[in-house]
Design a protein around this ligand. Structure first.
Ligand SMILES: C[S@@+](CC[C@H](N)C(=O)[O-])C[C@H]1O[C@@H](n2cnc3c(N)ncnc32)[C@H](O)[C@@H]1O
Length: 240
């Protein structure tokens, strides 16, 4: 099916009819992540429209597993917003989401930071095409989609203040890329674990960055979550 022209794109005054209604628990989850991650904007309606697009178009297209559809809100959308929590700058001028797939965590972050430029990068053409459709349907004018390998970002000179990795690169590759690409005062944030036990701090030989495991509080998500903050040391000259 195509959603362009449906109320996913148009919006409607009736949230139940449009599928953008939030339950009390969903609203509380959004408020909790908003407080913890100090989000400048809580994009409730936009996220609900994105959820509907994920269920109606991304899942049938294979961009997200069918088993994920019933738990999109907490497991994917609120989870995506947690990636802003470990940042140091209030409003990152630019955010780069590496290996975005169908826009996670990049699209929720673009909605929460409407004044930031958000670059969604994926090397898979089908994913890049799908996420381009989402950006168009959701009318996100602060988002650019780039089809290509993350390795090219090291020398692209785009210097994000927040670079995110959710299920895309492993720790060593992500940390090295963050050191090369992230702008001064910025950080890389990688989804490390959703297990209850605290993961051990990864060790990456010869890395010019400080790594820190950050725990997402349990009132924010439905299960424990751990992020890795990668802060490049800027006394070290950047190779480009
Ligand atoms: C498991 S999916 C995760 C997608 C999304 N971040 C999420 O959390 O749902 C991993 C994605 O990373 C992309 N990817 C993996 N390595 C990449 C690379 N070196 N450069 C660009 N994209 C990459 C893949 O094409 C795939 O779409």
């Amino acid at each position: 099916m195509t959603n362009e022209g449906s109320d996913v794109s148009r919006g409607t005054s009736d949230p139940v009819a449009s599928g953008t209604h939030l339950t009390g628990a969903e609203r509380r989850g959004l408020d909790a992540v908003g407080r913890w991650a100090r989000l400048p904007h809580l994009p409730a309606e936009g996220l609900a429209r994105y959820r509907r697009w994920l269920a109606e178009e991304a899942a049938p297209a294979g961009g997200i597993g069918p088993k994920e559809v019933p738990r999109l809100w907490t497991r994917h959308l609120v989870d995506a917003l947690t990636f802003a929590g470990p940042r140091d700058v209030d409003e990152p001028r630019r955010i780069v989401d590496v290996g975005t797939g169908v826009g996670l965590p990049g699209i929720p972050l673009a909605m929460a930071f409407p004044r930031s430029e958000v670059v969604l990068v994926d090397r898979a053409r089908r994913r890049a095409d799908l996420v381009r459709r989402a950006v168009r349907i959701l009318a996100l004018d602060n988002v650019v989609v780039v089809e290509g390998d993350a390795g090219a970002l090291a020398t692209a000179g785009i210097r994000p203040h927040l670079m995110t990795f959710r299920g895309s690169l492993g720790v060593p590759a992500a940390a090295r890329l963050a050191v090369q690409a992230v702008g001064d005062g910025g950080a890389g944030v990688l989804g490390l674990s959703r297990r209850p036990e605290s993961p051990s701090l990864p060790v990456v030989d010869g890395l010019d960055a400080d790594l820190e495991v950050v725990r997402v509080p349990e009132d924010v998500l439905d299960s424990p979550a751990w992020l890795l903050r990668i802060r490049p040391r800027r006394d070290v000259p950047r190779r480009s």
